[in-house]
Design a protein around this ligand. Structure first.
Ligand SMILES: *Cc1c(COP(=O)(O)O)cnc(C)c1O
Ligand SMILES: [Zn+2]
Length: 415
């Protein structure tokens, strides 16, 4: 049975008050003695645990490392990640008909997605472990972020991408930052199987969201969003709506809430409702939540325009499903057309996102329509990646260009 309870005293394996725990069997491990991704006893997912959890008063500075007191290190390999805007979105707020709607735009991170928050911590841990090569499987953004942070840390990076299924901006980033890019004849889940085997053979340090330290960085989204919400209107949000691929973010946000409960900052009943959104063509989490299941069944065939969440085997489901259930949340599937409509709607509020990110807004509108989200709710939609990540999708969703002669009258005639 999954055990996600925090607290209790540090085990003998702890290093400076930090350790790893298996979420399935409770086994505890030293955090930095060797490279480990899963529980050696039962293959369960691992989670970072601490002897003490900080309160909001313990945070200072800006960005991810503002939350250093909740992280295993004081500082990391940083290119000023985090500190992303929490936008108002008046048109979407009106369309959705909720009391308050904000958009937490993670596309405003250095490489254009929230993956940077995970990498600033994960690459720091890799340095601690003294590994010689960093690697990931990726639908695109993980590879872009790892390439940049690996370059910054002077460590070689290997990325495995599903051939032909990664948006142009993301491949370009990985290439320019100097990663070795291998295009795999398979989907993302196949890529992850291969890179996990390379990691098990000791060929590379794995920085997919299976890596518990990456999720430590990503949990700062929650701390930041809660602080920004209080600054904006004095309240925490009732609900957070986010796209789900590997469910790392869902797991990370839930961990942040559990830490705040452990620190005495939040009542368990005050956790914002975690609401996951998947594309209808890649929706194993939705299937699991609808069945009330505690695990997901892998989908072998997945397809969606939202390539960042084209994932059939969400590895963090054992951590994320309890988060959805404990916060009274849900999961919903949306069509590619709903995603594109939501991408246009965000654009009308001046917010440029890639398709996967727009799934959050599409999911909110769908749940409002079904009456599963109430009119008095304060909602934050998480938009995970920037518009320029997928220029082809943006161009397709946007208006056409007009050919004109090079004179003012010609332009006016064409309008
Ligand atoms: C990685 C990614 C996701 C999926 O996040 P998970 O934590 O794997 O669920 C969603 N949107 C974008 C843009 C991403 O890059
Ligand atoms: Zn275990």
């Amino acid at each position: 049975m999954t055990d996600l309870s925090l607290g209790g005293s540090a085990p003998a394996e702890a290093d400076d008050g930090a350790w790893l725990a298996c979420v399935e069997c409770g086994a505890t491990l030293a955090p930095f003695d060797g490279v480990v991704y899963r529980c050696p006893d039962c293959d369960g997912l691992l989670e970072a645990r601490y002897a003490d959890y900080p309160t909001f008063d313990d945070f200072s500075g800006e960005g991810v490392w503002r939350y250093a007191e909740s992280l295993p290190f004081e500082s990391g390999v940083s290119i000023q990640e985090g500190n992303t805007p929490l936008y108002e979105a008046p048109k979407i707020e009106a369309e959705a008909g909720v009391a308050d709607l904000r958009v937490k735009h993670e596309g405003m991170n250095p490489t254009g997605s929230f993956k940077d928050r995970g990498m600033t911590v994960g690459v720091r841990v890799a340095d601690e472990l003294g590994v010689g090569r960093l690697a990931c499987a990726s639908t695109g953004n993980t590879s872009a972020a790892l390439a940049a942070y690996g370059a910054r840390a002077d460590t070689p990076v290997l990325v495995l991408l599903p051939a032909g299924k990664v948006a142009a901006g993301k491949v370009a980033q990985a290439a320019l930052h100097g990663a070795r890019i291998c295009e795999v004849d398979g989907n993302f889940d196949d890529c992850l199987d291969v890179v996990a085997e390379l990691a098990d053979r000791g060929e590379a340090y794995l920085l997919n969201s299976l890596n518990p330290f990456r999720l430590e960085g990503q949990k700062t989204i929650a701390f930041e969003m809660l602080e920004q919400s209080v600054a904006a209107h004095g309240e925490w949000p009732d609900r957070i709506v986010l796209p789900v691929g590997n469910a790392g973010n869902t797991a990370a946000l839930y961990k942040a809430f559990r830490e705040l409960v452990a620190a005495g900052e939040m009542e368990a009943g005050e956790m914002p409702t975690l609401t996951g959104v998947q594309a209808a063509g890649a929706a194993p989490m939705v299937e699991a939540v609808e069945a009330g299941a505690d695990h997901v069944e892998r989908w072998d065939d997945v397809e969606t325009r939202a390539t960042a969440i084209r994932i059939g085997n969400p590895v963090n489901a054992p951590k994320a499903l309890p988060g959805i259930y404990d916060t009274g949340g849900t999961a919903v599937a949306v069509s590619d057309d709903q995603i594109t409509d939501a991408q246009r709607m965000l654009a009308e509020d001046g917010i440029g996102v890639e398709p996967a990110s727009a799934a959050s807004v599409a999911g909110l509108l769908e749940l409002r329509e079904r009456g599963e989200v109430g009119p008095d709710e304060r909602v934050v939609c998480l938009t995970t990646g920037h518009l320029l990540k997928d220029p082809d999708a943006a161009a397709e969703a946007g208006g056409d260009t007009t050919a004109v002669p090079a004179d003012a009258d010609g332009v006016l005639d064409a309008l």
